[in-house]
Write a protein that binds this ligand. Structure first.
Ligand SMILES: C[S@@+](CC[C@H](N)C(=O)[O-])C[C@H]1O[C@@H](n2cnc3c(N)ncnc32)[C@H](O)[C@@H]1O
Length: 228
């Protein structure tokens, strides 16, 4: 079935598929209405229970939570030139980081490997729909045909070792010459390991610490990669 594009049809489809709600979120320094899962914890528990019961192929609904890493990347983007710049977001979840780029004038393709978040993101991007495209992309498996991007975003997508090689394939497929990959995470131990892993690969790595007002003691790390 083709993806509906108007808010009314999207809302009906979302209502039929999952429990969701509008949540006012500070994005690019202003209040913005994000469509989010109504009960992310319940969804995660249900997925764990189904896995424990032996069901195969259950996808963890990590997209459903709102992650502070996205707010940190949003804050970092305030100092990046984005007007009319083409941006690809990987593993967009609720779409906070990609929408932050679009609100600053970028043309953004927001992607995730899971369909449910994409349905909600299609609703959320309505106020900036001229600058946003939403589509499914599984790291290293799907490509956006003939497109390269000077900026690739990924908020909290380095949380599993198995994702790193797939992400690297995706960056190689989609990053323009001279472009940059911007990743964020809340200083997870696993992302420290990612930093060691990437050090042995053909990338230049720079790290930035973003202190957020809501919890200054738990800053967000932005990892900037450029091709070596
Ligand atoms: C921890 S969540 C972060 C979501 C969002 N970027 C944020 O910061 O709020 C990780 C996201 O990566 C997506 N993801 C995980 N594995 C993926 C894969 N192999 N391909 C594409 N997306 C994937 C998940 O569906 C989820 O939305």
């Amino acid at each position: 079935m083709p993806n509906p594009t108007n808010l009314h049809d999207l809302t009906q489809q979302a209502n039929a598929r999952l429990k969701w709600m509008w949540q006012t979120t500070n994005i690019a320094g202003r209040p913005f209405e994000l469509a989010v899962a109504a009960d992310p914890d319940g969804m995660l528990i249900e997925a764990c229970e189904r896995q424990d019961a032996g069901e195969e192929g259950v996808i963890d609904p990590f997209w459903a939570a709102t992650w502070r890493a996205a707010a940190g990347l949003d804050r970092y983007l305030a100092n990046v030139e984005l007007a009319d710049v083409d941006v690809l977001e990987l593993g967009c979840g609720t779409g906070h980081a990609g929408i932050a780029a679009a609100l600053r004038g970028a043309n953004v393709i927001l992607t995730d490997g899971v369909d449910d978040p994409l349905l909600l993101v299609r609703m959320s991007v309505d106020p900036v729909r001229e600058r946003c495209t939403v589509q499914r992309l599984r790291f290293g498996q799907d490509t956006i045909a003939d497109r390269r991007f000077p900026i690739i975003l990924g908020s909290d997508v380095t949380y599993l070792r198995t994702l790193w090689p797939e992400l690297e394939v995706c960056w190689q497929q989609h990053l323009s010459d001279g472009g940059q990959v911007l990743l964020s995470d809340p200083y997870r131990i696993i992302a420290n390991e990612f930093r060691e892993w990437i050090a042995d690969r053909p990338w230049n790595y720079t790290e930035h610490k973003m202190v957020l007002d809501d919890d200054p003691e738990h800053p967000i790390r932005v990892m900037q990669l450029t091709s070596a």
